[in-house]
Design a protein around this ligand. Structure first.
Ligand SMILES: [Fe+2]
Length: 290
């Protein structure tokens, strides 16, 4: 029995060392790159679900409505929101893989650089994982969370939760094109063509000038060219671009489409309000998307 399969989780003890055969996600992705081959149609790219079941359900319904067969997730499946178990179960079922986001890392390992509300939410989320009395289901979730890769690539693109430089934790904000051009240059040095990220919850396209285009500046569709581009797909469950609708992207043959989906925001706000460990602000901010 490996550590990840151990009953220790039920006792509140987390393994901090991966068994060799399961390898830390930093060094060995658990899925083969072929898993994100896009040769058979458009690919939906979602990120930053943050345990928001109402938003994830509507996004998956939209993906199904469009007949898209493959979905990948760039991380932060959990954290902040009220339905972590339902969301990770859906991601395990519906997505080719999920990368590890800083909030997924926080649940499995430890919160790093979190404010108090985020840290409280992380510990509450961990308790939800531990309190499931079905041992097999509990271990399956822990195993999935603990073996999330931090990067994936195929012949068309690479993807990370944060950035190619610091996959789990680096934020790349639109303002960085003005305030941190050296940071942008270092990031663009680390991939060849097309890169997808999440983490900031602000969708848009970075180009090497450096420059940034919000989705509305490209009519919600960025045409792929020989120019390098780093595309943030936005957040399913906690948008922060002052648009409360859930955000995701679709990779087509020659373009990337930005999609927004309305969902029952108030239902999620009410759930957050009903859970003492979750700061009401984590729900209230959903109403205006910031
Ligand atoms: Fe996030």
């Amino acid at each position: 029995m490996t550590q990840v399969e151990s009953d220790n989780f039920a006792e509140g003890v987390k393994p901090h060392v991966f068994p060799r055969e399961e390898a830390a996600p930093e060094t060995k992705p658990t899925q083969a790159p072929a898993a994100i081959s896009t040769g058979d149609g458009p690919l939906a790219i979602i990120s930053d679900i943050h345990a928001n079941l109402e938003a994830l359900t509507e996004v998956l319904a939209e993906i199904d409505r469009q007949g898209i067969k493959k979905i990948v997730c760039l991380g932060d499946v959990v954290g902040y929101g009220p339905n972590p178990l339902e969301c990770i179960d859906l991601v395990m079922t519906r997505c080719e893989f999920s990368l590890m986001g800083n909030h997924d890392f926080a649940i499995f390992f430890e919160p790093y650089n979190f404010n108090q509300a985020a840290e409280n939410a992380a510990y509450w989320t961990r308790t939800q994982f531990e309190n499931d009395t079905d041992r097999e289901r509990r271990n399956k979730r822990w195993r999935y969370l603990g073996t999330m890769p931090t990067r994936m690539n195929n012949h068309r693109f690479v993807c990370f939760h944060g950035s190619p430089r610091r996959p789990i934790n680096e934020y790349v904000f639109p303002d960085d094109i003005y305030t941190a051009p050296q940071k942008m240059a270092a990031i663009f040095d680390r991939f060849e063509r097309l890169c997808f990220v999440g983490h900031t919850h602000v969708p848009g396209v970075f180009v090497p000038d450096p420059d940034f285009y919000a989705p509305e500046e490209v009519n919600n569709r960025y045409t792929i060219s020989s120019e390098r581009a780093m595309i943030n797909v936005g957040s399913v469950g906690q948008p922060r671009d002052r648009n409360p609708k859930a955000s995701f992207a679709i990779l087509h043959d020659d373009s990337v489409e930005f999609v927004r989906v309305a969902y029952d925001v108030q239902a999620t706000v009410d759930k957050v309000r009903a859970i003492d460990a979750l700061d009401n602000f984590l729900g209230a901010r959903l109403l205006d998307g910031r």
